[in-house]
Design a protein around this ligand. Sequence first.
Ligand SMILES: Nc1ncnc2c1ncn2[C@@H]1O[C@H](COP(=O)(O)OP(=O)(O)OP(=O)(O)O)[C@@H](O)[C@H]1O
Length: 696
Amino acid sequence: MLREYDTSAIAEEQEFLDRATDRRDRLAGRLLAELAEEAGDAVERARQRMLRAQHEELRRASEGLVFGRIDATDGTVRHIGRVGLRAEEEGAEPVLLDWRAAAARPFYTATPVDPQGQARRRHIRTTGSVVLGVDDEPLDGAAGSGLVGEGALLAALGQRRTGRMSTAIATLQREQDDIIRAGASGPLIVQGGPGTGKTVVALHRVAYLLFTHQQMADQAVLVLGPSGRFLDYIAQVLPALGETAVVSATCDTLLPGVLVERPESRRLAEIKGRAVWQQALERYVAALLPRPRDLRLRWEGEFTVIPEPAVAQALTSAVQGRPYHRARSVFADQLHRLLAEAIAEQREALLEEMEQGYEDILARFDRSNGVDGSGAVDGQLSEEDIEELADRIAADPAIGRFVEAFWPTREPGRLLRDLLCDPALLAAFVPSLSPDEIAAVAAEPGGWSSGDIALLDAAADLLGDHADAPDRGRAAAPGGELVADRARRQRDWVYGHVVIDEAQELSEMQWQMVLRRCPSRSVTAVGDIDQAEAAHRHTSWAQAVRAAFGDRWTAAELTICYRTPREVMDLTGPVLAKAGSGNAPPRAVRASGIEPWQLTVTPGELAGAAQRAVRELRDRWAGGTVGVVAPAARADGLREVLAGVPVLTAAQAKGLEWDATLLVDPDGIAAEPRGWNGLYVALTRCTQELGQVILT
Ligand SMILES: Nc1ncnc2c1ncn2[C@@H]1O[C@H](COP(=O)(O)OP(=O)(O)OP(=O)(O)O)[C@@H](O)[C@H]1O
């Protein structure tokens, strides 16, 4: 790798950046002019939405418009950038290749060992519209480090952290790129140790999939993260990559209109996360379906009986795997029709009787007058008459009340509460629960816990929406509304793809929430099974996803740690082993030159010592970030004395990073449930320096 300060190379790239900027401005200007025209119909409005998205993407691509270049051995030069810029002339090579385009791929994957027809890779460092420097990397067969663009990568990794994640399109590594561009037809599970770029990969994969699959952009992509704090941390990455068709949520916020109202114990979280609840709820909802019997309905003062066999047949054909409310409304339609037909039959019989009497009279009259009588009266109701009658029956409030009494509409929250509070029902429908577990579930206080959300989601799905339910967000979208806004409001929205970060934390019931939103199973899940802290008991991906995918999923792995320096990663091996893992920690890509340090204090000295340590770290990493990780039992106390820095538990720190971490009472963290996994998380949050406060 050469760091090239050759002014002619910088001048050359400056000239290119100026040209690309000019081209971008022209294209953006043209789009603006088109957008100023009035959209006449739905097709034009859809086109305008697309143009607006393109304009927005060009507008955002000011910082880092051009960041790379690849020179092929045949002399072809391609520049790579945040967006693609087509040439003025029809059919000519693009001025700038979008980083997601297939032709840009060698920029991320060519190595001296596998140069893919390329002679050189160049990283171009810019700020705004100015080229600062270039890093050249020959791909001529000489042995390399295996890293792509090592200089640019190490420069990016060494930068101060701002508390917000940034894009890594200029320095993605080969193993990361392979996952970003992998096929999306089935579940892909990516295992990677701390700092291996799982979040980077997950987010860049979203951008790649939205770029390459129009249907995903139409259906939106769901990004599931472990916490609101984590979603804030990654919030600006996808917009910076120009993506808007994305909904980000946690499993707790996925069900519109429902919020977690209270904490729950690990024991109950584990119990409620088990896959058995899916079947239990299916059976419970099935048991609430009405049983067939004679139905005696009153219409216009007359009673009509729909006999049990006809009711049974209507029930069977209505249910057929449909959600409860959908089946109810199919049944109601059939009942209205059955009643209309029965009334029609009664009328026909009546008319026939009348007709018979009338014909007898006529016949007598005809005979007495010597006429051949044929004055038949037709008493049959036409098909339209019956339809019209069925419609009137359907609109009748008394019939509506009758149907409601026979087949009540149900509210998912109420239904779940009835089940959870009743030990007899729990024993009947969740027979795998022990008596102790049943008692614990039934004794829970009111208000929803996190574990309840996945159960509620399952109940809501099995019930389906009631036809008269209040607006569920399906109302026509106002002009220009983003697909993501509609998806966010609709419980049963089907996404084009789902990306899950920290996927090791999901319970089996939470995996079901994912499947409901993505029946195609086009899912990318990234996580580290060794960082699992949630209450479930899974220690391998095969266990974690068996209930959701069986063995039909693809595994991928990330092996290099980009975040945590070697000096800190060296401490993690024994911790990982104590967590019961057979894996080795990932290989750190760099050293920081700063040895981890520790100080030992008594509990009484802790507050003062932590204050001093944080002050020193903040001075040392001025302009960057410092975070404190502590056992849950100490976190509140520390928050009171450590203003201005985040004080988090290991679970809360998941996915986050700071330049320096102060780890308070590591033994206390290790003693928490799944504590060694938690300590592994806590140790690996820093990009530069780790200090530990040990308690005597
Ligand atoms: N190719 C890359 N170029 C530049 N920076 C990168 C690259 N890959 C990862 N990083 C940086 O390394 C750090 C760790 O990445 P990331 O948070 O994605 O890792 P992770 O595997 O999700 O970690 P954890 O499991 O600990 O949450 C981040 O600062 C990220 O920006």
